[in-house]
Design a protein around this ligand. Structure first.
Ligand SMILES: [Mg+2]
Length: 259
C-alpha cells in the first residue's frame, strides 16, 4: 500500500474498505486547498501533472462515482483536471457538467447589476481587495490585507441588506463570496447522490473550508462522512489530512490499487 506510514488511521481504514468494495463508495472532493494548495491568486494554483491521471483512475475504480464539488466556475476546473473526464459541480452547487435530475439547481445566472456596481465600489476603496466575478457568484479576495476582512464583510453585508437581495455571504480562506440563496456544496452533493452511479453508495467528501461543511453534513445524513484537510479553516491536530499534498497521496495510493 502506498499510503505513507504517517497517514491518519482513518485513511488507512478507508483505503482498505474502498479497495475491498469500491462499488460501495462515492468519493467527492473540493478543489482549492484540498486537491491543490491555495495560491495567492486562484489562477496561480500549481496542479501536479499526475493529478488528473490519478483522479481518472480512481473514478474508473469506483465505477464512475467520483465527483468534484467546488466554488470555482467549472470551466476553470476543467482546465486543470478536465482530462480526467470527471463529473463536477461548480459555483457552490449552481453549475453541473451533467444534466440535472428533477429537484436539481437552476442554471447559472449573472449577479444583479446593482450588486456588481456596489461591490466594485467597495473593492476600489481598498487596493488589497480583488473582485473575481464568477457570474452568479461574486468573490472578493483579501489575502493581501488580512486585517481588512472584518471591514469587508460588514460593507458587503450592508449592501445585501440595503439592496434587499436574495443572497448570502460565505466566508472562505481569505475570501468572502456573495452567493444566491438556495444552493451550496451540500445541495450539490445531494444532487450527485440522486444520480447513478452515486445513489445508494456511502458518500465521502474531502474538503478544507467552511463551505465544505455543508457537503459534510449532507454526506453524514446519507450514511457517509467528511474528511477534513487542515489549514486556515480546520486547525491542524486530529484532521485526517494535514495538507493538500496528503490528499493527493491518498488519491495516488487509491489509483495504484486500480491497476
Ligand atoms: Mg477549498
Amino acid at each position: 500500500m502506498l499510503v505513507t506510514p504517517s497517514a491518519h488511521p482513518v485513511l488507512a481504514d478507508l483505503m482498505a474498505q474502498i479497495t475491498a468494495r469500491p462499488d460501495r463508495y462515492a468519493l467527492f472532493s473540493d478543489f482549492d486547498g484540498t486537491l491543490v494548495e491555495i495560491a495567492e491568486r486562484p489562477e496561480e494554483v500549481m496542479v501536479p501533472a499526475d493529478l488528473a491521471t490519478n483522479l481518472g483512475r480512481v473514478r474508473t475504480m469506483l465505477g464512475g462515482a467520483l465527483g468534484i464539488i467546488t466554488g470555482r466556475p467549472l470551466r476553470q476546473v476543467a482546465e486543470y483536471i478536465g482530462a480526467a473526464g470527471l463529473e463536477a459541480s461548480g459555483l457552490h452547487g449552481i453549475e453541473f457538467n451533467f444534466p440535472l435530475t428533477a429537484g436539481g439547481s437552476p442554471a447559472a445566472l449573472e449577479a444583479p447589476r446593482e450588486l456588481i456596481a456596489e461591490v466594485v465600489k467597495i473593492v476600489a476603496a481598498e487596493p488589497g481587495f480583488r473582485l473575481e466575478n464568477k457570474g452568479a457568484i461574486l468573490t472578493v479576495h483579501f489575502r493581501q490585507v488580512p486585517a481588512a476582512g472584518g471591514r469587508l464583510r460588514a460593507a458587503l453585508e450592508e449592501v445585501i441588506d440595503r439592496l434587499n437581495l436574495d443572497h448570502h455571504l460565505k466566508d472562505g480562506r481569505a475570501v468572502i463570496e456573495i452567493i444566491p440563496n438556495g444552493t451550496s456544496k451540500g445541495t450539490a452533493l445531494a444532487e450527485f447522490m440522486r444520480r447513478t452511479p452515486y445513489a445508494g453508495r456511502i458518500p465521502v467528501m474531502m474538503g478544507d473550508d467552511k463551505a465544505d461543511e455543508d457537503a459534510f453534513a449532507v454526506a453524514q445524513a446519507s450514511g457517509g462522512f467528511g474528511l477534513k484537510v487542515a489549514g486556515e479553516h480546520f486547525r491542524a491536530g486530529d484532521e485526517p489530512f494535514r495538507h493538500a499534498g496528503e490528499v493527493r497521496d491518498f488519491i495516488a495510493a487509491l489509483a495504484a490499487h486500480s491497476r
